[in-house]
Design a protein around this ligand. Structure first.
Ligand SMILES: Cc1cc2nc3c(=O)[nH]c(=O)nc-3n(C[C@H](O)[C@H](O)[C@H](O)COP(=O)(O)OP(=O)(O)OC[C@H]3O[C@@H](n4cnc5c(N)ncnc54)[C@H](O)[C@@H]3O)c2cc1C
Length: 372
């Protein structure tokens, strides 16, 4: 069978593209090497800009995932002994990837997507149509979307194979955290230290025990600084103290390497969405939003190709342009902030003093990192 569209990778980007294309009437095959549900290294901060799209993509039965999610209206940055506060307006939602990715996957299957798990794509041939090779089968498709995430054999440019990028890794787990009447309203708390940062936010409050929150701790850290969450917690005094009261609720998961590259929404006729197109610094909490939005954008740009009204290279050009116009600003803003954070402490300090005494500027910087 010749599919209209094959998508490699069933994370938020792949699922968004698959559901959107299937609703346009295309025949879609979605291939995922893992199995849902599964934990994923992520801060689980789902920015407000993507919530209406997410609501639209999900089956109605999953609406409570968004409705009942804890809202995060505040960000606190713990850096150089200071605490910077910014409002997150409109508030983000805190949704565990364990639930979110599985809900998107099942919503794809009910939208008519041929969704197959535990199949790893090994190689791709052609520039349209394409032949997709897995260990057990080969498939053919008119159009191809690479949604295989940040770091996959399918995303490496030939020059990158065998290179050794600076080693950064991601690690995360859920913990039970005791609360009291004094616990402040839910916030995303970012603890910065030399060689990384750790984000902490509540994902649920227990029904049986309203004084216990399930918190997600996720870190991005240089491999020579720490390789476990215990090692990460030890890097920041306030985080070390806070985490002393935590009980582990899920096995820690990790991922490596974390590499930032310039976004590339298309290569050799293959559309790229989500992290496969470009990996935005995780501390801006916009990766899921970019994944959902770029998936939708790719499907929309392919619509006239599926209908036989335009050629694949034209659709690819339209997608690259739309991607640059609507999504590139997030990458620019986040790389500017990252450059500020890695400055030597003596240069950074005066800048932080200004931010500490001027929340309006901090709020402005946070707003600049949104993709909406
Ligand atoms: C430490 C950290 C914290 C983060 N915190 C946040 C946050 O709070 N908020 C936020 O919005 N974003 C955050 N992000 C970013 C966010 O996790 C990603 O941007 C998002 O997961 C991208 O979605 P995606 O669908 O592009 O890729 P992924 O979610 O990575 O999905 C890709 C899928 O492709 C599959 N795959 C890969 N190769 C193949 C293959 N060859 N064949 C078949 N399947 C394959 C993988 O198994 C995977 O399921 C964080 C990232 C890190 C590292």
């Amino acid at each position: 069978m010749l599919y209209d569209l094959i998508i490699i990778g069933g994370g938020p980007a792949g699922a968004s593209a698959a559901i959107s294309a299937a609703r346009q009437g295309a025949s879609v095959l979605l291939l995922e090497r893992g199995r849902f549900p599964r934990h994923k290294v992520c801060g689980e901060f789902v920015s407000a800009e993507s919530l209406s799209l997410l609501r639209d993509l999900l089956n109605r039965q999953y609406a409570p995932l968004i409705q009942d999610a804890i809202r995060i209206a505040r960000a606190r940055l713990f850096l150089d002994g200071r605490t910077l506060q910014a409002s997150v307006d409109p508030p983000a939602a805190s949704i565990a990837r364990f639930d979110l990715d599985a809900a998107l996957w099942h919503s794809g299957a009910s939208a008519g997507v041929d969704a197959r798990q535990q199949i790893t794509v090994q190689s791709v041939a052609g520039t349209g149509p394409f032949r997709i090779v897995t260990a057990s089968e080969e498939f053919e498709t008119r159009a191809l979307i690479n949604a295989s995430g940040r770091w996959s054999n399918l995303n490496l440019a030939p020059a990158e194979i065998g290179t050794r990028p600076e080693k950064w890794l991601g690690v995360k787990a859920h913990f039970a955290e005791p609360m009291s009447e004094m616990t402040p309203e839910p916030s995303v708390d970012l603890y910065f230290f030399d060689g990384g940062y750790c984000g902490v936010q509540p994902v649920t409050i227990s029904d049986e025990d309203p004084f216990t929150a399930r918190v997600n701790a996720s870190a991005m850290v240089r491999a020579d600084v720490a390789s476990s969450l215990a090692g990460v917690f030890a890097q920041h005094p306030a985080l070390r103290d806070r985490s002393r009261n935590w009980t582990l609720l899920s096995d820690p998961v990790s991922t490596a390497p974390l590499v930032f590259r310039n976004p590339q929404p298309e290569r050799d006729g293959v559309f790229r969405v989500g992290d496969a197109a470009g990996f935005v610094d995780p501390f801006v909490g916009d990766g899921i939003s970019l994944a959902l939005r770029s998936g939708l954008l790719a499907a929309r740009c392919l619509k006239s190709f599926f209908a036989g009204e335009s050629a694949l290279p034209d659709a690819a050009r339209r997608y690259s342009q739309a991607y640059r116009e609507s999504l590139l600003s997030v990458f620019r803003a986040s790389s500017k902030i990252r450059r500020m954070l890695v400055l030597p402490a003596y240069v950074r300090r005066p800048f932080l003093s200004i931010l500490e005494s001027s929340p309006a500027i901090t709020n402005y910087l946070v707003r600049k990192t949104r993709s909406g």
